[in-house]
Design a protein around this ligand. Structure first.
Ligand code: SF4
Length: 447
């Protein structure tokens, strides 16, 4: 790098350190970063991991990304790769190498993880041998606390009884199952690989083996009626064992192929779709609350009486993410790995950093991120929103949230035209939705 580039890079980083987190969030929505920015910003592991974790026992999550899927579901916003056994083996070797490259760093050595989350993609398409080997490498090299939540994201089409038994023997205690709907016609139209019958039998098996089960459901699918949603939820309410339900609204963004196709073919606008989501959301809430479920947070999460809330939301955790596309979110910085599986494998095998991006954060910026994410992803209209925000902040940082930080985030969001505030109500703008769709932070979905 020549002197001029080095000076530009230093000026850029100095400038970054002065920005508010909301501005950084906006910058990160740019689709492409120039090469020099990328290089300047990829040193998280080399810096942060060389120091001890300042919060060694508070909400630390180890996230492992398995980016392969049997089929591509039509609504899926994630980067996934078609299943290919040779590539899966190469990928797992690279993942193991990435694990071994960080396991002895002061940061990892000082951290006791309270959660492990295998996400994807479809982790359940790994073979029994792969699950055993990867679990062994992880449990031999990272520390977990006794009550840790050990979750494995699964698709019913790939989860056999042998795999369920293996997961239990390896120590996993929670499975997050992508059901989406029990309507076979809708499953087929969305190109999902499973059927409702398979979904039912897998749920029953998981209860038999004593797992905490989370069922992921989608509402607002094109062609889905209120009756369909009601039937789906009533079926879940019949399950005897305590469990959790996560409801994902089908979000459609402007200027996306799906958004444009719907507008052209079906005359569905973003606004009319959004209004439909609100109606479905209150219908779902009515049914689940009447059936011993409690509502927790956004994306709308419920847990049945006798069950427990999911321990961690993506917005309130310290995450070390490993694997292609995995995001790392720490107080000192955040970043994510290459999305492209082959690019990720090459980087690891050539002993290069697998990071696509990464930025350092000041403590003030980390505090602002906490507040921003709560505003973005938690139920802002609930009367105890402010109280929960303060409580969550205290648990997370062991210090009180200053009013100044909260007001600063709100005023930054308003200045950047992310929100409009009317009569104490915070309304998201279309601009915010566009930015949310672009931000390349790699925040993993750990539901
Ligand atoms: S199984 Fe999940 S990750 Fe894979 S394509 Fe479908 S929705 Fe996306």
């Amino acid at each position: 790098m020549n002197v001029q580039n080095e000076m530009e890079m230093k000026a850029f980083l100095d400038d970054f350190a002065k920005k508010s987190y909301t501005e950084i969030f906006n910058i990160r929505s740019r689709l492409e970063q120039s090469e020099w920015e990328r290089k300047a910003l990829t040193n998280l592991r080399e810096t942060i991991f060389q120091n001890k974790n300042k919060y060694p026992n508070t909400k630390n999550v180890l996230y492992i990304h398995i980016p392969f899927c049997v089929t591509r579901c039509d609504y899926c916003p994630y980067y996934t790769h078609p299943y290919n056994p040779m590539l899966v083996s190469e990928y797992l070797n690279a993942l193991e190498k990435e694990i071994l490259s960080i396991k002895d760093t002061p940061f990892i050595k000082s951290t006791v993880f309270s959660s492990l989350y295998f996400g994807g993609g479809t982790p359940s398409l790994l073979s029994v041998d792969h699950i055993k080997r990867l679990s062994e490498v992880i449990f031999n090299n990272f520390s977990f606390d006794i009550g840790a939540e050990l979750s494995f994201e699964s698709n019913p089409s790939t989860l056999t009884e042998e795999k369920i038994k293996t997961l239990r023997n390896c120590g996993f205690n929670r499975v997050s199952l992508g059901i989406q709907t029990f309507n076979d016609q809708l499953l087929k139209e969305m190109s999902c690989a499973h059927t409702s019958e398979k979904a039912r039998s897998v749920i029953n098996l998981l209860f038999e083996y004593g797992f905490i089960v989370n069922t992921d459901m989608i509402y607002g699918l094109i062609g889905q009626t209120e009756n369909d949603l009601e039937r789906d939820l009533h079926e879940l309410c019949q399950c005897k064992a305590p469990h959790q339900v996560t409801l994902f609204p089908l979000r459609i963004a402007e200027h996306t192929p799906l958004g444009e196709e719907l507008q052209k073919k079906e005359g569905i606008t973003i606004q009319s779709h959004f209004n439909r989501l609100l109606e479905y959301d209150s219908l779902a809430e009515k049914i689940l609350l009447a059936n011993q479920f409690s509502r927790e947070e956004s994306p709308v999460f419920y847990y049945k009486e006798g069950s427990i809330p999911h321990k961690y939301s993506s917005t309130e955790t310290r995450i070390v993410g490993l694997g292609a596309g995995a995001g790392t979110l720490l107080d000192e910085g955040e970043g994510c790995n290459y999305y492209d599986v082959r690019e990720y494998i090459s980087a690891v095998n050539e002993n290069r950093s697998p990071a696509l991006s990464g930025i350092r954060l000041t403590q003030q910026q980390a505090y602002e991120r906490f507040v921003l994410y709560r505003i973005l992803y938690m139920n802002r209209s609930s009367s105890d929103f402010r109280e929960n925000l303060e409580k969550g902040f205290y648990e997370y940082y062991n210090t009180s949230l200053s009013n100044k930080i909260h007001l600063k985030v709100l005023s930054d969001m308003e200045r950047m035209k992310f929100i409009k505030t009317t009569n104490e109500e915070i309304i998201f703008t279309d601009r915010l939705w566009r930015v949310l769709n672009k931000v390349k932070i790699g925040m993993p979905s750990i539901i």
